[in-house]
Design a protein around this ligand. Structure first.
Ligand SMILES: [Zn+2]
Length: 206
């Protein structure tokens, strides 16, 4: 145990209980396993998520996404690695993420989906690849309710920045609601010749 562990004991990201060397507490782990969302097909894409976006899980994600609470990253990355291994084992060769725009990156200081992808990849001693960039700073999807509005909001705003021809890609994002953002990223990756794109998000809205 390091001095930092004594001063700042690791806490369960979902309920706040001290957890020692574990990434989350036993009761939250059991609760999450019981209601695990698993894989769905959304607008023709296969998408897996370890969490539903609700309750303590939602609060933990909001603390991470907007309040710079990075303590949960190891836990989130582990949960995502487990979901990917369960559902998509052997089906992808590389991992990438849904990027934020340069403007958003400057404001927030970090790209939340990139950090999630990196944390997940650490479980496999590898690194995600930067394959996409967001060329336009769009209003947040969360402010738009209808699927058509969400689709229109992200249409044409992502570009492929590295060759993806023939690649089988696992695309990571934080939350999936209607799938409009993922769908647009999958579309441009497929157009650039990707062999397959699978989706993984930390959480899915019910
Ligand atoms: Zn807990």
């Amino acid at each position: 145990m390091s001095i930092l562990d004594l001063l700042f004991p690791r806490r369960c990201p979902f309920c706040g209980k001290p957890v020692g060397k574990k990434l989350l507490c036993d009761s939250c782990r059991e609760m999450l396993q019981r209601k695990e969302p698993g894989v769905i097909t959304l607008q023709g894409m296969r998408c897996v998520s370890p969490l539903f976006y609700e309750g303590n899980e939602r609060r933990a994600i909001l603390r991470y996404k907007f309040n710079r609470k990075m303590g949960a990253l190891d836990c989130f990355g582990r949960l995502m690695a487990q979901s990917a291994a369960q559902e998509f084992s052997g089906e992808f060769d590389t991992v990438t993420w849904v990027p934020v725009s340069q403007k958003r990156l400057r404001e927030r200081g970090y790209d939340q989906a990139r950090l999630l992808a990196q944390s997940m990849c650490r479980n496999w001693q590898t690194e995600p690849e930067s394959l996409l960039c967001k060329t336009v700073d769009t209003p947040a999807q969360s402010g738009l309710k209808r699927v058509e509005e969400r689709r229109a909001n992200v249409l044409g705003v992502y570009e492929v920045v590295q060759p993806v021809y023939g690649k089988r890609i696992l695309l990571v994002d934080d939350i999936v609601t209607t799938g409009a953002t993922l769908h647009e990223c999958v579309r441009v990756l497929n157009e650039a010749g990707a062999a397959e794109v699978l989706c993984l998000t930390l959480a899915r809205r019910r």
